[in-house]
Design a protein around this ligand. Sequence first.
Ligand code: HEC
Length: 229
Amino acid sequence: MRFSQYKLAKLFATTAVGVFALVGCRKEDMSDQPKFYKPYKETAIFADGTSARPLPPGTVARGHLRLEEDLYTGKVGGKEIDYFPIPIAEADLQRGQQKFMIYCSLCHGAKGDGQGMIVKRGFVQPPSFVRLDNPPTDPAQRERNDRVRTSPVGHYYDVITNGYGAMFSHNDRVSVEDRWRIAAYIRALQLSQDAGSAPAAAAAETVAPTAQANASGPETNVQNVDKNR
Ligand code: HEC
């Protein structure tokens, strides 16, 4: 008697396992319904066939609303600006110098005269940022140097951001603020190497309104910082 009870229980257990196994293998509709949890999974629900919905036009990622055109592009209405959209104090110039030495001097030279080490080793020579004691004899080259030297600071920002001709863009390694600090340092280089000359007076005029626009005291004036050194 005990034996047959055991047998019955065994039979029941085997059957139960078999039934559960069969149920587990049955094709359920729910396991096959469209799911959106995988990015870009295809779907028949939307006409374009993808579950990823396009962003509404004009969507801006959080923290990426770049309303200040001058700060982010160096231009206003397509025209390069000649003021600094961030306050420039002595610490900013020092950081600008540091970044210039790291990212620009290898080609543009520590003085900004276009005689960097890479140029000495054969890379295309960039124009000089500063007035040279021995300007190039070629008039086209001289003109180019003059144009770059007297460019508005927004131009320097734009070149760092987007590159220019043979020069690649630095926007992936130099932050927006640091680009302005480098631009300010280029102005400081020009002023210090131009001291007392007519171009220096002209450059000083372009820098001075910036300080007034920033209205945060005399430290924001590149020219004053330079004098204070
Ligand atoms: C790998 C070398 C290299 C590096 C690094 C480099 N430049 Fe240049 N840069 C050049 C060359 C070459 C040109 C000339 C490009 C041309 O005219 O095709 C140039 C041109 C320029 C110009 C003048 C553009 C014009 O209007 O003609 C500016 C301004 C400038 N660079 C700024 C910078 C600043 C600021 C940095 C650092 C953030 C920098 N560059 C880093 C090689 C370099």
